[in-house]
Design a protein. Structure first.
Length: 367
């Protein structure tokens, strides 16, 4: 009987990655646990900020799990890569009046490309993560496909649209076929010390998930006070910095008006925040770039898909039309709320992720 290959498991100290390691070890893989050191600001290395069991840091939790399973555990330093690809990107995108998604950037450049490169150098054949998504191979085409996790409340395929045929070949996501209830139950059955540890929903390097305070502390130069105006340019109030606002925002505008006002545009050139009615927050088209495709190599003609413009959004029927090799137009059958530059639009064909792209701008429908 041939031994199963070597697998590096990205262990964050949470229940999902811990169970991933336990399952693969139980199946006979040669498992190596790796915790990625991403940032000195990260709560992963802040004992006082950790909300998990016994007030231990994520690294300590991962080590305890590794000891319980009986696998080696290492900490790898990715701080420089994380600073460049995630933190610097996060600040620079806000400085441009965009709303970045640092978790997608971290997945793309650090947790997948970066960790995969290091793991292959160590002689591992696969890298496994605790994401709720499924990687399968299409028997007809021979292509790898990324599918939604079966737990619709935990599906993370939206944040993984950047994967390609090379990375999909080397990655494993064994939790995609389970629900969160099942994973917690299995974690308890394996006697994992983190079986009841709460899930983290925050940006790991932003204290208290307060990105505004983070920008004020780390990048005060990008925050310049200016006018809040309506669509005609009438001044309605003042803002403390365009990057502190996002499309669709209602609260915190500090404007007294007879009808609710929402942020409908961010004008960095004129340093203005543009507000309007809720109706003006909606658009039925967008332009996007940095296109990555999984199910096909390219789009040469209009393609009908289901698309979502943010992680928590509902999918809407849409048609992708290529403008050039890297820029696409996406036309929705129904208007979408708060299409936001800097966020990702992700495309689906049923359970399969077709691909995704970064939103440049929305196209407001003509009245």
């Amino acid at each position: 009987m041939c031994a199963k290959p070597k697998v590096v498991v990205a262990m964050s100290g949470g229940v999902d990655s811990s169970l991933t390691a336990a399952l693969l070890a139980h199946e006979g893989y040669e498992v190596i646990g790796v915790t990625m050191r991403l940032s000195d600001d990260s709560r992963d290395f802040d004992i006082d900020a950790d909300r998990g069991c016994c007030s231990l840091s994520a690294v300590d939790d991962a080590r305890r799990v590794a000891d319980t399973i009986g696998i080696p555990h290492y900490v790898m330093n990715f701080r420089d890569m994380f600073q460049e690809k995630v933190v610097d990107y996060f600040i620079s995108e806000y400085a441009k009046g965009k709303t970045p998604n640092p978790c997608i950037a971290c997945n793309r450049y650090v947790k997948f490309e970066g960790l995969l490169k290091r793991s292959l150098e160590l002689g591992a054949e696969f890298v496994a993560t605790g994401h709720y998504a499924r990687i399968e191979r299409d028997e007809n085409t021979g292509r790898y496909v990324l599918r939604k996790g079966i737990d619709v409340t935990k599906d993370q395929s939206y944040a993984l649209y950047h994967l390609n045929q090379k990375t999909l070949h080397h990655f494993m996501m064994p939790l995609g076929k389970y629900t969160k209830i099942e994973t917690r139950k299995m974690a308890a059955e394996f006697n994992l010390p983190v079986a009841n540890k709460p899930d983290s929903q925050e940006i790991c390097f932003v204290p208290n998930d307060d990105y505004k305070a983070y920008l004020e502390d780390k990048a005060p130069k990008v925050l310049k006070a200016g006018d809040i105006v309506d669509i005609e340019g009438n001044v309605l109030g003042r803002h403390k910095g365009v990057p502190l606002y996002t499309i669709g925002q209602r609260k915190g505008l500090g404007i007294a008006a007879s009808n609710p006002l929402y942020v409908i545009g961010l004008d960095m050139q004129k340093n203005r925040v543009i507000v309007g009615s809720n109706t003006e927050v909606f658009a039925d088209e967008l332009i996007a770039t940095d296109l990555n495709l999984i199910t096909v190599d390219e789009i040469t003609e209009p393609l009908s898909v289901a698309a979502k413009v943010r992680y928590g959004a509902k999918e809407g029927e849409a048609v992708i039309t290529p403008i050039n090799k890297d820029i696409i137009r996406v036309k929705f059958a129904e208007k979408q709320r708060a299409i936001t530059p800097g966020q990702s639009v992700v495309f689906y064909d049923g359970e399969n992720v077709v691909g995704g792209a970064t939103i440049i701008k929305s196209v407001v429908p003509k009245s």
